[in-house]
Design a protein around this ligand. Structure first.
Ligand code: VAH
Length: 314
């Protein structure tokens, strides 16, 4: 039985569906701060700030795996640094402690490419690059992945982790990240609106298509324990691109699409992050391989969003 914390989020909402297909609807418990309208399956309200509430649900359903997908992201996190730290760390400790005390078999803890800062190479950033994150979100993830390793080494808790790039999907909306533009831009294009981009046109960042990232997460969790030699977190690469390059793809379908660039505080966050990621550890240790490039991803985004908005392309 699998418990997903943060099941209403950009990743959680999509991951839950895949987990339901894999384990059966009655073996997946979705949880978040609020219920989700139209959600099909088992759902419990959990505020992961409260240890007792997580433990109650774990005991009631005899949970054996936890995916902890609740966090305040990079951009949003800068509004209130201390509160962001409290929420990201407290929820993580609660999950790790509930897991340790209730014989949970496996835990998934997401990290992020936001763990990297000035001290890391910008191109093909190595898994072992120096970590000097400049956002509270990045600091909390860098600390979190070290705690993941600590729980593994000290208590034998099987925590597995991926440093996610920016995630692009048609199924859900991101909230509060620096890579959010890359989802929003497709919505605007399909709706026939113009787009104001909060990053400059040549800001290249590591990104990944939703289908790839969900498959990566499930493949990591399915891998034999012995092959998971990296207990902090795995670099994961999908595709790297800049706003200009996405626009080049979009204008193939929407030649009149207009974008203007108005970089804000998020530009400073993006400037400290890698442009591309070396994910050879993930490839070698559990066989990771991405499938979607920018062109394939853009085609699917446009098709699916057109259907979603029920629009026929002019
Ligand atoms: C953010 N999408 O922008 C997140 C992230 C790649 C960075 O983890 O904050």
């Amino acid at each position: 039985v699998v418990l997903v914390i943060g099941a209403n989020g950009q990743l959680g909402s999509v991951l839950v569906k895949s987990l339901q297909e894999k384990f059966g609807v009655n073996n997946v418990i979705a949880s978040d701060l609020r219920t989700r309208e139209g959600y099909q399956g088992l759902f419990e309200i959990i505020d992961a700030i409260t240890f007792e509430r997580i433990e109650e649900v774990v005991k009631a359903y005899k949970v054996t795996q936890i995916y902890h997908l609740a966090a305040i992201l990079s951009a949003k996190g800068e509004e209130n640094p201390l509160q962001t730290w409290d929420i990201n760390m407290k929820t993580m400790f609660n999950v790790f402690e509930v897991a340790r005390l209730n014989q949970i078999e496996k835990v998934f803890y997401p990290s992020s490419i936001a763990v990297f800062g000035e001290g890391a190479d910008k191109e093909s950033t190595s898994n072992h690059a120096y970590l000097d994150p400049a956002t509270v979100y990045g600091i909390s993830k860098a600390a979190g992945e070290n705690w993941a390793q600590y729980y593994f080494l000290r208590y034998g808790l099987d925590v597995r982790s991926i440093r996610y790039p920016g995630v692009i999907g048609y199924q859900s909306l991101p909230g509060g990240g620096t890579t959010d533009y890359a989802v929003d831009i497709f919505h605007k294009a399909v709706l026939g609106e113009s787009f104001s981009c909060f990053l400059t046109e040549d800001t290249t960042l590591p990104m990944i298509f939703m289908d790839d990232v969900i498959r990566a997460t499930i493949e990591l969790m399915d891998a034999p324990k012995e092959s998971i030699q990296t207990r902090t977190s795995y670099n994961l690469a999908g595709v790297s691109f800049s706003p200009k390059e996405v626009v080049e793809e979009i204008v193939k379908s929407y030649p009149n699409f207009e974008v203007n660039y108005e970089p804000d505080f998020r530009q400073r966050i993006a400037d400290k992050w890698p442009k591309s990621i070396d994910d050879s550890l993930a490839r070698n240790e559990w066989g990771w391989k991405p499938e979607f490039d920018l062109e394939a991803m853009s085609k699917i985004m446009i098709e699916k969003l057109k259907n979603y908005y029920n629009l026929v392309q002019a």
